[in-house]
Design a protein around this ligand. Structure first.
Ligand code: GLN
Length: 199
């Protein structure tokens, strides 16, 4: 597998470290043509209004939607916002890859960022992890084909549809590898590989 990390803006490098930990190769994707060189994509955190602008400028929307028909995508925070169907902000143009609606910044401002424990259910296993939320989006509506992998305060914050996963939080900041592994390695158990940084 060669994974692309969408590198228009935001928190791109730490995702590379997680992929390296899993023994996966990656490139930074800055132009739509580069999607032809990869068979999986990460849309990282950042700022969804800026991401929208930069994606529009480089004409990324159609190519990413097409890419998602055959290849897995992992979105974290702003990446989840971009993967959603509807967003509560007129300047965000989401891709509609996962059937959820989201509210941006629903967990408060940067100073209200927090780390908390989450229980994740994935491929029949469960695991407690530390999750970092930074101006995180909240899922307000969820389609029937979307599986909930984790909840925070009884609200979904990690979801899976088909081969794609979207997360409100930042697993790459706590060296959590299980989501990257589930999306890009397609191997069952999450209990055998979690890093020492997991809670
Ligand atoms: N609040 C940001 C947005 O609206 C997302 C923050 C993040 O990615 N950490 O895009």
């Amino acid at each position: 597998m060669n994974i692309g990390i969408l590198a228009l803006q935001g928190d791109v490098e730490k995702h590379g470290h997680v992929l390296s930990d899993l023994g996966l190769e990656y490139i930074f994707v800055r132009y739509p043509d580069e999607l032809n060189e990869v068979n999986g994509l990460i849309i990282p955190g950042g700022e969804s209004t800026t991401l929208t602008k930069l994606m529009n400028k480089s004409h990324f929307h159609k190519p990413i939607k097409k890419f998602a028909e055959k290849n897995p995508i992992l979105g974290t925070c702003a990446g989840m916002i971009m993967m959603s169907k509807n967003v509560n902000h007129p300047l965000v143009d989401p891709l509609g890859i996962i059937d959820v609606d989201v509210d941006r910044n629903a967990y408060g401002r940067q100073v209200h960022s927090f780390v908390d424990k989450l229980s994740v259910r994935l491929n029949g296993d469960s695991k407690t992890i530390a999750a970092t939320f930074i101006r995180a989006p909240k899922i307000t509506k969820i389609g029937k084909n979307v599986e909930i992998l984790a909840e925070f305060n009884n609200e979904p914050c990690a979801v899976k549809q088909g081969q794609h996963i979207a997360l409100s939080f930042h697993p790459e900041l706590n060296n959590i590898t299980l989501f990257h592994k589930a999306v890009f390695c397609n191997k069952g158990s999450i209990n055998k590989q979690e890093s020492s940084h997991a809670a």
